[in-house]
Ligand binder design. Structure first.
Ligand code: BES
Ligand code: ZN
Length: 865
């Protein structure tokens, strides 16, 4: 029997809240099993509402007592349901009243890590999106904003909440947050914690105390996160004119956390993985993540907290914008072209994949059963791309003016995408109604280009097609900004970067080549090479008939670094597809890559990106787009063949890079050193595949930092070293974050035929704590994302293994189980046998009694399309 799909909530049904909140006072008497939460909430009828009953959200709360305006409520005065509590309008004293309640909750029994829970003896909260209703009865929706006062009573030494501290004594502390905020930004932490402290003075001259709170023993691993925080604060002042607005900013690191980090007002809570770092335990990638996530959560203070979302359909209002801002910050802090390429890699790997399958949805979704399922690559990353397109269309100056207006007009409000677009329309006078389709139409547009030349004239035809997606069979043409340049056949640029806008199904753009060539001081070319979609100016799939020879010219000469990289990438993708169909590796491509790798004027990080092969999943996606049914096992083998061929063909230059790029014994996590290690370790990897273990073994023994150690470790795993995992384990068994890497790397780098068996064995390892989300992701995600050929083993064992674990985790932590179920979203790509086995796994999950709304919705959507 198929369980029915869970009840959906629709954007079209939005109604303003009946009651607003003027003030919240909360007292917490903390105890692991029986915490008491005493609330005093000042309500007022919403002038824009329809009045009526007082309806409060509440889940898993035991009501001890309630009163309105000091009069205790009897059992007949309210109605409690699974979802909350209702007081009939007739029982309310008037338009404004004070609600008081005491509830009991069980933090220790809270395994979902949503609401108030315990992580290793530390109390902490996660309220976004709808966790506050597990703490007390409240209108738990983002358009109800209020100032909060919080009193915490506990014997634990450190007691934190939002806002500024107003008092503390033995066993208590009080906090006041003056800024009206929705309940999802509420936070509380209590524990035995130590602070890495610092301070920052804002451009307004306000001194801000900064603290990063961690468990004793971890205080030596906070310096980088603190440095990133101070740089983020300064950057938001310069780039957006936004200063911090409280006397204190606290960050807390917790080990058990469903997500990466959370922007609670004045009290950010982080997965410890994105705070703690030392050269010995964290990789350059980890440092980079710490920097960008600290920045992201800090930037939410203005884009999310001061200006928040009216409802959860508008999630991209804060997330897309804040991702765009953290990408800008990282581009400024490191290398802009490398950042752009990495962002696009990520977008294609996660968002294009999502858009091409059954989970495709709008950047602004229109319906959901469980909002936690919509914190997606589409909302985040495509949401950020949409803002990047706006930025490009209107220009940096108008963008800044529009944001100034946005903050001035909407500070303290809960807003919509319409509000967001309106400031751009007003500042620029543009009609953005067609642009808005980026928010309301799902699917990755396909952009195709063709051109012809005659008598010194070129005609460029651009065409778009938006594929059907679940629930959206017909699409309208989008507004697509296409940045482009033209090169002649020597690689000289005859048209510098220009922006054209495709706003119909097809446009034809003329170029006067004779004039352009004259202007560039070049002879009239017989043929030109278009460099299209520079900087990846729109999140589309580009299909342009640029010959292989011309792409080699772009790889060598394009002035746009993104398109230089893209030319190499597309050649590599094509080479892989060709090899899949029996062709040989492309020696001309290797020669071109060799020249580029040896060019020391290029950033080593850029060169490392050029050297990187498309992932197996990207390769499978490309095969699917080319009409080939991908076999993950063959894809893995083909990709490995290409790696070995590259190692052989590029051996001398790789050896030279390996020898030349040693940054020396003093480790710094900055972009310059990280770039050297990235290229050196990429060389090490290919050389190990083509030459054998000697170099990697020496590299492993000599490593004085985790970046080098893990590079050697994974290279050795790739060639079947049976000894290195034991050595790594013995050294790091007591370090939780490093052991996550140990679990993940072994599974990701196992030979596909043995990956499921290894994952099974490691899931029985004494250190496999499946209740910790990071550890669960390391093992299950190590298989699904890290080893697609293993996951898609023809026996179906991978599907069974993952389904078993998702079912088990769902009973305890639905949010993480649901999130990981998207491993199955690509099922339509594969052959009939694999499809049938995946569907059987999904059906088995769907048939579980008591399945969560989270996982039921995910499985239902994947199954339906
Ligand atoms: N607001 C989110 C955290 C969140 C997500 C809470 C989903 C509840 C449900 C936070 O700002 C965020 O976006 N975190 C990201 C990292 C970020 C750098 C993209 C995360 O946790 O993955
Ligand atoms: Zn965010």
């Amino acid at each position: 029997m198929q369980p029915s799909t869970p009840q959906q909530i629709h954007l079209a049904d939005y109604r303003p809240p009946a009651y607003l909140v003027d003030h919240v006072h909360l007292t917490f008497r903390l105890a692991p099993k029986g915490t008491r939460v005493i609330s005093r909430i000042r309500f007022r009828a919403n002038p824009a509402g329809t009045g009526g009953d007082l309806v409060l959200d509440g889940e898993g709360l035991r009501l001890i007592g309630a009163a309105i305006d000091g009069v205790a409520l009897g059992a007949g005065d309210y109605l409690i349901t699974q979802a909350g509590l209702r007081v009939a309008a007739a029982r309310l004293p008037g338009d404004a009243f004070t609600w008081e309640a005491e509830v009991a909750i069980d933090p220790e029994g809270n395994t979902a890590l949503e609401g108030l829970y315990l992580s290793k003896g530390m109390f902490c909260t996660q309220c976004e999106a709808e966790g506050f209703r597990k703490i007390t009865f409240y209108p738990d929706r983002p358009d109800v904003m209020a100032p909060f006062d919080v009193r915490i009573e506990s014997d634990l030494p450190v007691l934190l909440s939002n806002g500024n501290p107003v008092g503390q004594g033995a066993g208590w502390a009080e906090w006041h947050d003056p800024w009206p905020k929705p309940a999802y930004l509420f936070a509380l932490v209590a524990g035995d914690l130590v602070a890495h402290a610092d301070s920052f003075t804002t451009m307004e001259g306000r001194a801000v105390a900064l603290n990063i709170w961690v468990r004793p023993g971890d205080e030596g691993k906070c310096a980088y996160a603190m440095d990133a925080l101070k740089r983020s604060m300064a950057w938001d002042e310069t780039a957006y004119g936004r200063a911090y607005d409280l006397n204190i900013f606290n960050i807390v690191a917790v080990d058990d956390f469903n997500m990466g980090a959370m922007e609670n007002k004045g009290l950010n809570i982080f997965n410890s993985k994105f705070v703690l770092a030392s050269p010995e335990t964290a990789t350059d990638r980890d440092y980079e993540f710490i920097e960008s996530i600290v920045a992201h959560e800090y930037f939410h203070n203005w884009t999310g907290n001061r200006v928040t979302c009216r409802d959860w359909f508008q999630l991209c209002l804060k997330e897309g914008l804040t991702v765009f801002r953290d990408q800008q910050f990282s581009a400024d802090a490191r290398s802009a072209p490398v950042q752009r390429i990495s962002d696009v890699l990520q977008l294609r790997a996660r968002q294009f994949r999502e858009d091409a399958g059954p989970l495709a949805h709008n950047v602004r979704p229109e319906a959901y059963a469980e909002i936690n399922n919509f914190y997606t690559a589409t909302v985040y990353e495509k949401g950020a791309e949409v803002i990047g397109m706006l930025h490009r269309l209107v220009g940096a100056q108008a963008y800044r003016a529009a944001l100034d207006l946005y903050f001035a007009r909407h500070d303290g409000q809960a807003c919509t995408i319409e509000d967001w677009l309106a400031v751009f329309s007003e500042v620029t006078g543009r009609d953005l109604s067609q642009f808005k389709l980026w928010y309301t139409q799902a699917g990755t547009p396909r952009l195709s280009a063709a051109w012809s030349m005659a008598e010194g004239q070129m005609h460029l035809t651009l065409r778009q097609e938006v594929p059907a997606t679940p629930g959206q069979p017909h699409k309208s043409p989008m507004l697509i900004p296409v940045a482009l340049g033209l090169l002649d056949q020597t690689g000289a640029e005859i048209l510098p970067e220009t922006l054209v806008v495709l706003d119909q199904a097809e446009v034809v753009i003329p170029f006067d080549l004779a004039a352009l060539a004259a202007e560039a001081g070049r002879p009239l070319p017989e043929a030109v090479i278009p460099s299209l979609l520079r900087g990846f100016s729109a999140p589309v799939i580009l299909d342009a008939p640029v010959s292989r020879a011309d792409r080699l010219v772009l790889l060598a000469h394009d002035t746009d670094p993104f398109n230089r990289w893209e030319a190499g990438r597309s050649l590599m993708r094509e080479t892989l597809l060709g090899m899949l169909l029996g062709g040989a590796a492309d020696q001309a491509l290797f020669a071109a890559m060799g020249r580029l790798l040896a060019d020391d004027s290029l950033d080593p990080a850029f060169r490392a990106l050029v050297l990187a092969l498309p992932s197996e999943d990207e390769f499978a996606q490309a095969a699917q787009e080319a009409g080939i049914v991908p076999d993950p096992v063959i894809i893995h083998a083909t990709r490995r063949d290409l790696q070995v061929a590259m190692g052989v063909a590029l051996g001398p230059v790789l050896t030279q890079l390996y020898d030349a790029l040693d940054p020396g014994p003093s480790y710094r996590p900055d972009a310059a050193q990280a770039a050297q290690r990235a290229l050196r370790n990429a060389a090490l990897h290919l050389l190990t595949l083509s030459e054998g273990p000697t170099r990697a073994q020496a590299h492993y023994d000599a490593a004085n930092n985790m970046t080098d150690e893990i590079a050697a470790f994974t290279a050795l795993l790739d060639i079947g070293d049976s000894d290195v995992a034991g050595r790594f384990h013995d050294r790091w068994k007591d370090d939780r974050l490093v052991m996550d890497k140990w679990f993940m790397a072994q599974i990701s780098h196992a030979a596909p035929g043995g990956a499921v068996a290894l994952a099974r064995r490691l899931s029985a390892h004494p250190l496999f704590d499946w209740t910790n989300p990071n550890r669960f992701r390391a093992v299950i995600g190590g298989l699904t994302a890290g080893n697609p050929a293993g996951f898609h083993d023809p026996s179906g064992a991978g599907y069974g293994f993952v389904a078993d674990w998702l079912i088990r985790l769902d009973a305890r932590n639905p949010q993480t189980a649901a999130r990981m179920s998207s491993a199955f979203e690509t099922w339509r790509r594969y052959d009939a046998d694999r499809q049938a086995m995946i569907l059987a796994a999904l059906d088995r999950i769907a048939a579980q009694p008591g399945l969560s709304r989270d996982l039921a919705e995910m499985v239902g959507r994947m199954r339906a399309a």
